[in-house]
Design a protein. Structure first.
Length: 114
């Protein structure tokens, strides 16, 4: 399985970005999909997850600012990020939840300037 994240970039604090994850097989077979991020010098962390049925869960640091969605027909998982903060700077990845090591892709860099 290949998961390709895209949509990252450089944005000013308070701005928005939308990340997209394209999956090489049907995501309907995966109950839970997740977005993770890894900031420099820090461990990778889960920021959002979504079940096959659309139930969502967010980390406290992004709740109210990020929105995760999935399209089981298109095999994509998106992450809408609003009110971005410098501390959101990281490489963002998508994976299943719990993650599978073999599924990590290249990720997409998000940089938020102050």
């Amino acid at each position: 399985v290949q998961l390709q994240a895209s949509g990252g970039g450089l944005v000013q604090a308070g701005g928005s970005l939308k990340l997209s994850c394209a999956v090489s097989r049907s995501i309907a077979s995966f109950n839970v999909m997740g977005w993770y991020r890894q900031a420099p010098g820090k461990q990778r962390e889960l920021v959002a997850r979504i079940t096959r049925g659309g139930s969502t869960n967010y980390s406290g640091s992004v709740k109210g600012r990020f929105t995760v969605s999935r399209d089981n027909a298109k095999n994509t998982v998106d992450l809408q990020m609003n009110s971005l903060k410098p501390e959101d700077t990281a490489v963002y990845y998508c994976n299943v939840y719990p993650y599978v090591d073999d599924y990590w892709g290249q990720g997409t860099q998000v940089t938020v300037s102050s």
